[in-house]
Design a protein around this ligand. Structure first.
Ligand code: AMP
Length: 291
């Protein structure tokens, strides 16, 4: 496994892969790797890509200094996991390399306006400007054929797809299913910050999604159900919404088609998110009655 940190050799490595007729698949991460990240690597391998995994805790996407300071960092374990997973190049750029002017703001920012505003964007001002800016930069450096992102961060996936379309990046964005533990909890680097009791409460996020889905209720009912499930488990709910899969605007009760249930909450000071698709086409009896 190649280990790179400066932009010039990172760019040169990706170029050498392309020159040899290979396709680069990039897996952007913030490190503290777990099996969710590695499922993206496996997907890239399945596609025959030469896998470049980037690990960078991007300060521009944190609105809270203590959140940034407390973010899990496990560099030695990350390298071992990436190597074992067959990653071809592990890129861990320094802050100076990525944002040389930091903490002064860069003059250039990529902002995916409306998609960045609701949900996570409402609770974390500037978050998606930071995400979009760092993703744009690492796509420019890496020049991948494909870029892998998890549905776990669904709003991020929608934002990235839009920036790639708006700025005509020549890359295919591959959305990958959320990996969960045996109790349904979405794997997340932040789970490492929770006590056993916190982990127990965190399970309410995926439970809320399942309860909403199986209720066969309309969006407004789903919102109520999700909030109740999280509330009663002691999760400090940030939002529990059902939105349009593409525009991320709240879905009305009369609307048909696929929606995305989106939840976020704070447990032991740790902000957690999860989401799932709900199909409002296949109305059960209850929905039919409400027509
Ligand atoms: P992060 O390091 O949390 O920024 O995540 C890096 C990438 O891995 C993002 O595209 C995430 O959506 C994805 N990811 C994180 N957790 C999971 C999971 N449990 N299943 C699938 N993908 C994930």
């Amino acid at each position: 496994m190649h280990r790179l940190s400066a932009i010039a050799p990172w760019r040169a490595y990706a170029q050498s892969v392309r020159d040899a007729g290979g396709r680069v698949g990039v897996v952007p991460t913030m490190g503290a790797l777990h099996d969710g990240h590695l499922s993206l690597v496996r997907r890239a391998h399945d596609n025959g890509d030469v896998v470049v995994l980037t690990s960078f805790v991007n300060p521009r996407q944190f609105s809270d200094a203590s959140d940034l300071a407390g973010y899990p960092r496990t560099p030695a374990a990350d390298i071992a996991l990436a190597e074992a997973a067959g990653v071809d190049a592990f890129v861990s750029p320094s802050l100076e390399e990525m944002w040389p002017d930091h903490p002064r703001p860069t003059l250039t920012t990529v902002a995916v306006s409306e998609l960045a505003a609701p949900l996570e964007g409402a609770g974390r001002p500037g978050h998606f400007d930071g995400v979009a800016s760092v993703v744009a930069k690492l796509l420019v450096i890496t020049g991948p054929a494909r870029a892998y992102f998890g549905e776990k961060d669904y709003q991020q996936l929608v934002v990235v797809r839009r920036l790639v379309r708006d700025l005509a990046f020549d890359v295919q964005v591959v959305g990958c299913a959320t990996l969960r533990d045996e109790d349904g909890l979405a794997l997340s680097s932040r789970n490492a910050l929770l006590s056993p009791d916190g982990l127990r409460r965190a399970r309410a996020l995926s439970r809320a999604l399942r309860a909403a889905k199986s209720s066969k209720g309309r969006p407004s009912e789903c919102r109520t159900i999700m909030r109740e499930v999280m509330d009663s488990a002691g999760v400090d709910v940030a939002y529990a919404d059902v939105v349009d899969v593409a525009t991320l605007t709240p879905l009305g009760d009369h609307e048909r088609g696929r929606g995305r249930a989106m939840v976020a909450g704070v447990v032991e000071g740790v902000r957690l998110i999860d989401n799932d698709e709900i199909d409002f086409d296949q109305g059960g009896d209850r929905r039919a009655l409400g027509d």
